[in-house]
Design a binder for this molecule. Structure first.
Ligand code: CTP
Length: 218
């Protein structure tokens, strides 16, 4: 099965870490497993795969070229450096905000200080920027991690982010979503949706790529 031979696929995966000072950061619970499974599956189908990974504890899949980044800003730059591509799949859990001014020395608490305020500023949206760029891949795929009203939020992201496909999952359920090996995904595109059978992220990655191939051919 080399159905993606000759195509370049860029995949982002994992969390981003936004530094507060040299020893602390804001992160999230993304393991990177979903994005790595997608990269592996695309490589098995013959694609030229560039994986842009946040900090994760995962081995690079066979046949995949990998670049490691830490922050959302670094991931944004690495994704754009990897374009042009035929397909972009944004599976990373990108931090929406970063500390406005990371401290260069460890922040020390002062006697009597019983609260502190951390000023955050907005990060650029990688998925939306890729979709709006003049090197827009033919197919732009995003994820939506939601705790409630999953369908409405996911479908809204099709238009707010300019994506062709959004893979939605409910997070906050034990054994599913972040950190887990299994997941439940519903795929949404402008004029359709498909609920994938619940299962291992490796099987879901293959089912997602089936739809990617169909949409490329549509
Ligand atoms: N995303 C991105 N850049 C960001 C934030 C998100 O590329 N700065 C991408 C993610 O990789 C994912 C999609 O946008 O493909 C949706 O991410 P999600 O965290 O579900 O949504 P947000 O855009 O962060 O929106 P909200 O937190 O309001 O739900």
């Amino acid at each position: 099965m080399r159905a993606l031979a000759g195509l370049r696929v860029v995949v982002s995966a994992g969390p981003t870490f936004e530094d507060i000072d040299p020893v602390r950061f804001i992160g999230n619970r993304s393991s990177g497993k979903m994005g790595f499974a997608i990269a592996a599956a695309a490589a098995r189908r013959g694609a030229d795969v560039q994986l842009v990974s946040g900090p994760v504890a995962l081995a690079t899949p066979d046949g995949v070229s990998r670049i490691d980044v830490r922050s959302a800003a670094q991931m944004h730059a690495a994704v754009f450096a990897a374009l042009p591509a035929d397909v972009y799949i944004g599976a990373a859990a990108v931090a929406d905000f970063r500390p406005r001014a990371p401290a260069t020395a460890k922040i020390k608490k002062r006697p009597g200080e019983d609260s502190m305020v951390l000023h955050l500023v907005r990060n650029a949206d990688i998925l939306a920027d890729v979709a709006a760029s003049d090197v827009r891949p033919r197919l732009v795929v995003g994820f939506a991690a939601e705790t409630d009203e999953v369908t409405q939020h996911a479908r809204a992201k099709l238009s707010t982010k300019g994506a062709d496909l959004i893979a939605a999952n409910r997070v906050g359920i034990a054994g599913r979503g972040f950190e887990a090996d299994d997941n439940v995904l519903v795929l949404h595109w402008r004029d359709g949706s498909r609920t994938l059978p619940p299962g291992a992220k490796t099987a879901l990655a293959d089912a997602l790529l089936d739809l990617v191939q169909e949409r490329l051919e549509a």
